[in-house]
Design a protein around this ligand. Structure first.
Ligand code: ATP
Ligand code: MG
Length: 275
């Protein structure tokens, strides 16, 4: 019995220890940036879409892959509900809006689903999304990940060539504990962490005061602790939330808004780091 236990231990070690994975680059894009968080609901999707248009404002061709197969939020956030066309039933053509390219499982879910989806729908869906979309001449592809550091994320991170990851968190202690797990996951699969972002940092009331609803400076401290870059703080903002609900992202609609400027600053940092 003891022997078996030791064997399992070794197997596990082998499974998670750093090694050289065969990572396939996503075709049609120069840089692939993954937006991730171990905890759900911290603002990955909101961040992804607004970063996308902040990068577009810098003059880049951008695309967004919504890899959240269980709860795709892109169709609503971008106000798109068309079915993507296929190229000879082999590749999916991304949808286009506001000059950017988009793909989400949310665009593809009924019996009219193209052939290439029926089998892979069950296994390796995210991986298929990464391989079967015909992105056109992108500078940046942003991947909005589902929450967590489970098998799905790990497999994806091992198989697909990612140029960098951004970890989103709120300053809440519970969320910060998960940030540590996220950092460890990316270290394991040798993906460069471009930096950490604190979302829902504070709320500025009508009285002009800032309220630290989820705590204070937690993400910045965590970034320091792990020697990672801190990319910025995004406050709780009604307009940011509403614009995502309306399918008209704030950084696209109002690039001069104070929140859009925070995204512009983060986009610039990413540009400097990746290029
Ligand atoms: N800075 C913010 N200010 C106000 N509302 C926000 C902010 N960031 C996110 N939200 C809102 O919080 C909710 C969760 O955000 P979002 O869907 O972006 O999180 P997520 O991390 O992608 O969630 P999931 O883990 O389920 O994919 C949404 O209703 C969104 O509009
Ligand atoms: Mg999401």
């Amino acid at each position: 019995m003891f022997k078996n236990k030791a064997k399992t231990g070794n197997n596990l070690k082998e499974k998670v220890s750093p090694k050289n994975f065969t990572k396939n680059p996503i075709k049609g894009t120069k840089f692939t940036v993954m937006i991730s968080s171990a905890k759900g609901g911290v603002g990955k999707s909101t961040f992804s879409i607004n970063l996308l248009f902040a990068l577009q404002k810098l003059g880049y061709k951008v695309g967004l892959l919504d890899a959240d197969i269980h709860g795709p939020s892109l169709p609503k956030m971008i106000g798109l509900n068309e079915r993507p066309k296929t190229n000879n039933d082999k590749f999916l053509l991304p949808l286009e809006k506001y000059g950017a390219q988009f793909m989400s499982l949310g665009f593809l879910v009924d019996e009219k689903t193209p052939m290439i989806w029926r089998g892979p729908m069950v296994a390796g869906t995210i991986k298929t999304l990464a391989e079967k979309v015909l992105w056109k001449d992108l500078d940046f592809l942003i991947i909005d990940m589902p929450p967590g550091t489970g098998d799905t994320q790990l497999t994806f991170a091992q198989d697909v060539k990612i140029d960098g990851a951004i970890i989103i968190s709120t300053p809440q202690e519970l969320a910060l504990m998960d940030v540590t797990r996220g950092i460890q996951m990316f270290n394991k699969v040798k993906i460069k962490i471009l930096g950490l972002v604190e979302n829902m940092s504070f709320f500025k009331g009508d009285d002009g005061k800032s309220y630290n609803i989820f705590g204070e400076d937690g993400v910045e401290k965590t970034a320091k602790e792990f020697d990672k870059k801190f990319l910025g703080k995004i406050p709780i903002n009604t307009e940011l939330r509403k614009s995502a609900d309306l399918g008209l992202p704030l950084t696209y609609k109002k690039p001069d808004h104070e929140i859009s400027k925070i995204f512009a600053d983060i986009a610039l940092k990413i540009k400097q780091d990746v290029l």
